[in-house]
Design a protein around this ligand. Structure first.
Ligand code: URA
Length: 434
């Protein structure tokens, strides 16, 4: 087969065969196809899309670029959650210990920040010492011992996704339904799970801005999971403003630990308990999602989820003293405030801009080689519908990059729209599909 011919075929809108897709994925993974050709292929998929058959072939080729883990020797059901990505989306950090404390195993293989969105791995690595690079036997032992494990792709697990993910991040080819489907499902199917809860985000801070696209993505993910005989459920959730108030890697660990210690952050807690409830339900520990939500809330109230979080951090070699003394984390060199310029009700937030502002401060990557600053980020205070007075603190920013401060303050100021009339809050859980 000829790579140029296959790029041209996709570019001209034709369907690729399973063998052709396998050729491209395996060629890129084995370093036989260079970045520049694969980028052109990704861009062709971005514009021309893929059929259901092509998407399944893409997922399969990415999945079998590595190992599929067998967790059959571990007792109990194994359920994971995956988000399509958002700003301030830290639910994995909170729900993995909740669900494990409720008796459902959570084997979680996560990704890094992508585009304007944060990644669970980068957040976990903000905890000094936390190891996300466990090998397969350490992965299995950890789940056996404490019921939850959070790692990144190893060289064995969906290596194709690891490579393609970072190439997509820097070639503007993230927001593509087949590419997102292949990326998420190849990682998730490799984990050895019985069930999967999908958090498909929609809104200005999501890859799928429109509800109709989010629904199409949810259906694409569900169909692919079903092809592999997995129990699956998808929630379409709101991403028109940051989830919770903290954006940035350590800041998100901080807010997650606070929630696990019992602090109530309305939107973050609602979305997290819904997803956790669905996982507990799929894991067979509740008769319905509603009952799962009650169990999830109980795990936080009783302190069992927080204890489980400490157990996970400790077993993965993170510094638990840091979690127990959250204020002891090193501070960014510079901080500043963005103040409201007038009175009004918060009408909308350009959440993509908030994600990009966090990236400007050092919380994300603009190129594959960029190194993340875990201290960098934003505390974004208001929520849509809130009444704001001139001079209120809209956001606090933290960075070591002094020269970015003015640009970021303007970016955040310009990202919000105020109205003289009352504004209703957005619905957080927009739809549940199974
Ligand atoms: N999360 C992933 O793992 N992959 C994507 O492509 C988008 C979100």
């Amino acid at each position: 087969m000829n790579t140029v011919e296959l790029i041209r075929k996709k570019r001209n809108g034709f369907e690729l065969t399973t063998e052709e897709i396998e050729f491209l994925i395996s060629g890129y993974t084995k370093n036989k196809i260079p970045d520049y050709q694969f980028s052109a292929f990704l861009m062709s998929v971005f514009f021309k899309g893929m059929s259901t058959k092509e998407t399944a072939a893409l997922t399969k080729a990415m999945l079998y670029s590595g190992k599929v883990i067998d967790l059959g020797s571990i007792k109990g059901t194994k359920v994971d959650k995956h988000s399509t990505g958002g700003v301030g989306d830290k639910t994995s950090l909170i729900l993995a210990p909740i669900v494990a404390a409720a008796g459902v195993n959570v084997p979680m293989i996560s990704g890094r920040g992508l585009g304007h969105t944060g990644g669970t791995l980068d957040k976990l690595e903000a905890i000094n010492g936390f190891r996300t690079d466990l090998n397969l036997s350490q992965y299995k032992n950890t789940i056996k011992k404490c019921g939850a494990v959070l790692i990144g792709q190893t060289a064995n697990i969906a290596p194709a996704d690891k490579l393609i993910y970072s190439l997509r991040d820097v070639t503007a080819t993230v927001e593509s339904i087949p590419l997102i489907t292949g990326s998420i499902m190849s990682k998730k199917l490799a984990e050895g799970i019985d069930g999967l809860v999908l958090d498909v985000k929609t809104g200005s801070g999501a890859f799928m801005k429109k509800m109709s696209d989010a629904k199409t993505l949810a259906e694409s993910l569900i169909n692919t999971a079903k092809e592999f005989d997995k129990k699956v459920l998808a929630m379409i959730t709101d991403m028109n403003q940051p989830l919770g108030n903290y954006i940035g890697n350590w800041l998100e660990v901080y807010e997650s630990a606070k929630v696990l210690q019992g602090e109530y952050v309305e939107d973050l807690c609602t979305v997290t308990h819904n997803l956790a409830g669905a996982m507990i339900f799929l894991g067979g520990k509740a008769k319905s999602i509603e009952e799962g939500i009650q169990i999830s809330e109980e795990m936080v109230k009783s302190g069992k989820a927080y204890d489980k979080f400490l157990e996970v951090v400790k077993i993965q070699k993170g510094d638990i003293n840091l979690i127990k003394n959250l204020e002891s984390y090193p501070k960014a060199k510079f901080s500043d405030k963005v103040l409201a310029e007038k009175d009004g009700y918060l009408k909308s937030v350009d959440n993509y801009e908030i994600g990009m502002a966090a990236l400007d401060l050092g919380a994300g990557r603009a190129t594959k080689e960029d190194i993340i600053d875990p201290k960098a980020g934003i505390i974004f205070n208001p929520k849509i519908g809130m009444k704001i007075k001139k001079g209120d603190v809209i956001a606090e920013i933290f960075t070591d990059r002094k020269k970015m401060i003015d640009k970021v303050k303007t970016r955040i100021s310009n990202s919000i729209e105020l109205s003289n009339n009352k504004v209703s809050k957005p619905k957080l859980i927009k739809s549940i599909l199974s």
